[in-house]
Design a protein around this ligand. Structure first.
Ligand code: UD1
Length: 423
């Protein structure tokens, strides 16, 4: 397995291009199952999670061609030749459950393994299933698989999510585009990736109102057609690299960055004393003075502070001036980076879903272990500012969600390299 070695202490100066959003692409790709015409996605990120979704779709009979080094994905689902999403693929990535709604909507039946994914809590799929039931699906859970049927097709209905779920909103939204009649989704997720999915579905001929608000109304249509859609930029990659100069000092321009996608997060950077300036088609972040201020954070569904930036922000708070309290409200067990940061000298006390971080002067490089996607990048950021060398092991988590992280950071002056492992 590869490792990443970071030598801390370099100020960062330069620019970093932001890729297309992994999480958007992972829901746009299954949308191809809704139509027999090709769906072309441009600005796709080149990540192992995208390759996993391609493999899953191919197993269902979708032809996938990655053009221009993977940045363009052409997906063609003339016919779904296999309606079973197998455990061997699904267990690698939780987003695999997103093939369920589209397959069921198009052909009236689907079998999907219950998913695995990052080890950040129980992460059930009950809301995906309840939402589909509200559209008339008959579901049966057997041998670790969901067997779903809608012999006469799905029917529009009203469903109120008891908790906000991004994935469940996406799944039901896709399914509802081909259901008979009107579907109303209440307490729907408002993430930018939902808006991007609705835009793509609209390009494919769907009738959707209210995406980006908590009530989405979908008027079912008989069929969808092909389309070309640019994947929205990755606001989590954007936020992650916005933090880099906050750790090291210096100034970095994030190309393609949009402040409207990261408002709650940018407000916290401002509180911490970091300068964030929006340009025409970029954001520039700089840290001029010494230590950052300690800031409290509570994660929440969009437009709140994203859980996917909590680990990285916690790493920043490890050397802040004062005490910060971080509350994780989306996922249980999402503080696995805390013990690794403590190996680097951080002072963190975790009690349930709350972490109290008392800032120290400096972190010290150490061998650490990436435990999930966002945790792994938080350790790299910490390493950029730490004294000495940090070796981040198990970086396959990183490759799921960050494209060419070493290249992007070293272009700004970071001392970072990947060491190929044997396995
Ligand atoms: C998506 C993102 C992930 C992000 C998360 C929250 C993708 C591929 N992943 O994950 O990066 O961290 O949103 O912003 O887009 N829940 C249930 N039952 C369900 C579904 C969810 O109880 O059926 C709970 C979860 O356990 C969690 C909360 O709802 O506590 C939110 O999860 P959800 O928004 O569904 O996350 P994902 O879509 O899996």
């Amino acid at each position: 397995m590869d490792s990443i070695i970071v030598k801390g202490g370099q100020e960062l100066h330069g620019s970093i291009p932001i890729a297309g959003a992994k999480n958007a692409c992972l829901t746009l790709m299954p949308a191809t199952l809704l139509t027999d015409e090709p769906l072309t996605l441009t600005n796709a990120p080149r990540l192992s999670d995208i390759a996993t979704m391609s493999t899953l779709l191919e197993s269902l009979g979708v032809e996938v061609s990655g053009l221009q080094d993977g940045q363009v994905q052409v997906l063609s689902s003339r016919q779904i030749t296999n309606h079973t999403a197998d455990y061997d693929i699904v267990r690698k990535m939780r987003a695999s459950i997103l093939v369920l709604g589209p397959m069921l909507a198009r052909d009236g039946h689907a079998v999907v393994s219950l998913p695995g994914g990052c080890a950040i809590g129980a992460r059930p799929v009950d809301l995906h299933l309840k939402g589909l039931e509200a559209l008339g699906a008959e579901l049966d859970l057997r041998d670790g698989y969901v067997h779903a049927k809608a012999a006469k097709g799905l029917k529009g209905g009203t469903f109120e999510f008891p908790v906000v779920s991004v994935g469940a909103t996406e799944n039901i939204l896709m399914a509802a585009t081909l259901a008979k009649g009107t579907t109303v989704l209440k307490n729907a997720a408002r993430e930018p990736e939902i808006v991007d999915l609705a835009d793509c579905l609209t390009r494919m001929g769907a009738q959707i109102d209210g995406a980006g608000t908590s009530t989405i109304t979908i008027q079912g249509v008989d069929s969808l057609h092909g389309a070309t859609h640019p994947v929205i930029i990755d606001r989590i990659e954007l936020g992650t690299y916005m933090l880099a100069p906050a750790f090291t000092g210096g100034s970095v321009e994030l190309l393609g960055g949009r402040l409207d996608l990261v408002e709650a997060f940018a407000a916290k950077l401002d509180e911490a004393g970091i300068s964030v300036e929006a340009g025409e088609n970029s954001i520039t972040v700089s840290r001029k003075n010494g230590r950052v201020n300690a800031v409290d954070v509570v994660t929440a569904p969009h437009p709140g502070f994203p859980t996917d930036l909590q680990a990285q922000f916690m790493a920043l708070m490890c050397t802040a001036n004062g005490v910060s309290v971080l509350e994780e409200r989306i996922f249980e067990n999402r503080f696995m980076h805390a013990p690794e940061l403590m190996r680097m000298g951080a002072n963190i006390d975790v009690q349930g879903g709350t972490a109290t971080v008392t800032g120290v002067d400096k972190l010290k490089g150490a061998p650490v272990m990436a435990t999930d996607l966002r945790a792994s990048v938080s350790l790299i950021l910490a390493g950029l500012a730490a004294e000495g060398e940090t070796v981040v092991n198990r970086v396959y988590h990183l490759d799921r969600g960050y494209e060419r992280v070493e290249e992007k950071l070293s272009a700004c002056g970071a001392q970072i390299e990947r060491v190929k492992g044997n396995v």
